[in-house]
Ligand binder design. Structure first.
Ligand code: TA6
Length: 314
């Protein structure tokens, strides 16, 4: 099978969204509703890609009944699943608490069960196999215990050898190491970017200038997301500052994954980078208006596109 995009999630999750009116310490806080959704970044990107009509395949490590539930949710969304299954292993659950009254939400994530060397090797072999069959490969999300900090670097090296364009969305040491092998695109948020640069930059022009320095190492696109303030996109030839529309956010968990999936869809369809990231900004804004972590509103995004401001920076 030939898929346009492959996603790799080293520590997938099932998202449980717990909705409560108000959290009162020391009291019995009764939930008004519980929703379940695909979680765990790369898997999340896959679900969004499928909803956008993009043929894609998801891999990573899964196990146990939570793993089976997650795979079911992905398949129901139209994602082709080709996971490495591990015995005596349970895929983790992520909890997102939405406190309605104060428009606040909290994400609580498990660190995930430990993987062994044999599973890591099977995963590397799977990435090698899939990287022959797709155009883009997305490595996204946190890593469970048992992986070396060089894992993304190694997986990107495997992908680069097979000529597939890799995209990295990770943090800390894993991101720092990963960028050494020159992925096509990285999408750090402001905190992650500060971590890799070893400096907390507030000035947006300074962020763009530092992002440009990363381009020398084989990276073609750096997309720094600034939460509710939009994003900065840097390439060798051009840079842009994109400002999002004003919206009423109920749950911003998952916005980064919708942003990445939307941008990739447009890039893969050969749209220009500025157009691709404007669409990504609009679609992720519509995600923030939904309770579920991987839902968005395509029709609303078309309206919001008109409200997005973009500046070209030299
Ligand atoms: O970006 C949102 C999300 O994908 C949630 O759905 C949640 O499961 C979490 O991130 C996992 O992030 P992590 O960095 O722990 O892999």
């Amino acid at each position: 099978m030939m898929a346009l995009i492959c996603t790799v999630t080293l520590n997938p999750a099932l998202d449980k969204i717990l909705i409560v009116d108000e959290i009162r310490p020391g009291e019995n806080n009764r939930l008004s509703n519980i929703e379940t959704d695909v979680g765990g970044k790369g898997t999340h990107v896959s679900a969004v890609l499928s909803d956008l009509g993009v043929d894609n395949v998801a891999t990573g490590i899964l196990g146990g009944s939570t793993g089976r539930k997650l795979q079911r949710l992905l398949m129901d969304r139209g994602v082709a699943c080709d996971f490495v299954w591990k015995q005596d292993y349970e895929t983790r659950t992520s909890y997102i608490v939405i406190e309605f009254r104060y428009h606040r939400h909290f994400m609580l994530t498990e660190k995930g069960a430990e993987v062994d060397g044999e599973t890591v090797d099977r995963l590397k072999a799977k990435v090698k196999e899939l990287s022959h069959k797709c155009e883009y490969i997305v490595f996204s999300g946190g890593v469970c215990p048992g992986f070396d900090k060089s894992i993304y670097r190694e997986l990107i090296e495997i992908s680069n050898k097979n000529g597939v364009k890799s995209v990295l969305d990770a943090s800390g040491e894993f991101l720092k190491e990963g960028i050494k092998s020159g992925p096509y695109m990285i999408k750090p948020n402001h905190d992650e970017f500060s971590q890799i640069m070893g400096k907390n930059m507030q000035d947006e022009r300074e962020i763009a200038a530092h992002a440009k320095q990363l381009l020398g190492s084989g990276i073609r696109v750096v997309a720094v997301t600034l939460d509710r303030r939009g994003c900065i996109i840097v390439t060798k030839e051009q840079s842009w500052r994109i400002y999002p529309p004003d919206i009423h956010a109920v749950n911003t968990v998952g916005c980064g994954d919708v942003f990445l999936a939307a941008a990739l869809k447009k890039i893969a369809d050969k749209n220009s980078l500025d157009e691709s990231f404007i669409f990504a900004t609009a679609l992720s804004a519509t995600k923030a208006m939904q309770i579920k972590t991987s839902k968005f509103d395509l029709k609303k995004a078309q309206e919001l596109i008109k409200k997005i401001k973009i500046e070209e920076w030299t």
